[in-house]
Structure formats: structure tokens, C-alpha cells
Design a binder for this molecule. Structure first.
Ligand SMILES: [Zn+2]
Length: 118
């Protein structure tokens, strides 16, 4: 099933009352849905997923918190750079305002990261 079809099918199921879970399919990594009967379902594999031990691989737990913070900081910086480059010379005031809002949030995240790392 293509990703597009998966997304579409997922949307249909969510409208029917399924809930999006914070758990990914162990086979294909697609977010799982909780159906009304309580079972977990993977749209991409088109089958029920039986809940096992911790669904997330234990490998993720080995990643240190500071490593995650570093990754986050890098992503935020990349996004600040991209946004800055996408801003035109003479932005519309509305455009500038939303730009400033986003940048402000990102700087807050960076500041938070730095505080956690110190
Ligand atoms: Zn799957």
C-alpha cells in the first residue's frame, strides 16, 4: 500500500472513531490505530497488531537524553535557517509576524535545551 493510500485509509478510520496511538507498528513503523473493539491495527500491514512487551525497541532507551537534546537542537537550528532563508526581502507584516512567532518559539526551545544541558 502506498503511503498516500495509508494516510487516506487512516483518515477514514479516524473519522469512524478509531484513535491514533503513540505506538508504531513493529514491522513497518506506521502509527497504529486503536479500534473501537480495543484492538490495535496497522493500516499499512492491514492487520491487527498484538501488543507485546514494550512496542518500541529497547535500543531507543540506550540513546542518552543529552544525545536526544543535541539532535533536537540541530533540527531546530536547521529549521530556523530554512525559515530565515524563505523570508522575502520585504515581507508582508502578517508574514513577518508569524515568522517572528515561530522563531521566538524555536529560540525558547533552544534556550530550554541549553538549560537542561548545563
Ligand atoms: Zn505495519
Amino acid at each position: 500500500m502506498s503511503d498516500e493510500k495509508v494516510t487516506k485509509r487512516m483518515g477514514q478510520m479516524l473519522r469512524k472513531g478509531a484513535a491514533l496511538l503513540n505506538v508504531a507498528c513493529p514491522k513497518c513503523n506506521t502509527p497504529l490505530l486503536r479500534l473501537q473493539d480495543g484492538s490495535m491495527y496497522c493500516v499499512k500491514c492491514d492487520k491487527e497488531v498484538v501488543e507485546k512487551e514494550p512496542p518500541a525497541s529497547s535500543k531507543e532507551l540506550d540513546v542518552s537524553f543529552s544525545e536526544v537534546l543535541n539532535q533536537l537542537a540541530t533540527k531546530v537550528l536547521i529549521n530556523i535557517e530554512r525559515l530565515t532563508q524563505s523570508l522575502p526581502e520585504n515581507p508582508h507584516p502578517e508574514e513577518l509576524r508569524s515568522f517572528a512567532e515561530i522563531i521566538k518559539d524555536m529560540i525558547l526551545i533552544l534556550r530550554g535545551i541549553r538549560e537542561l544541558q548545563s
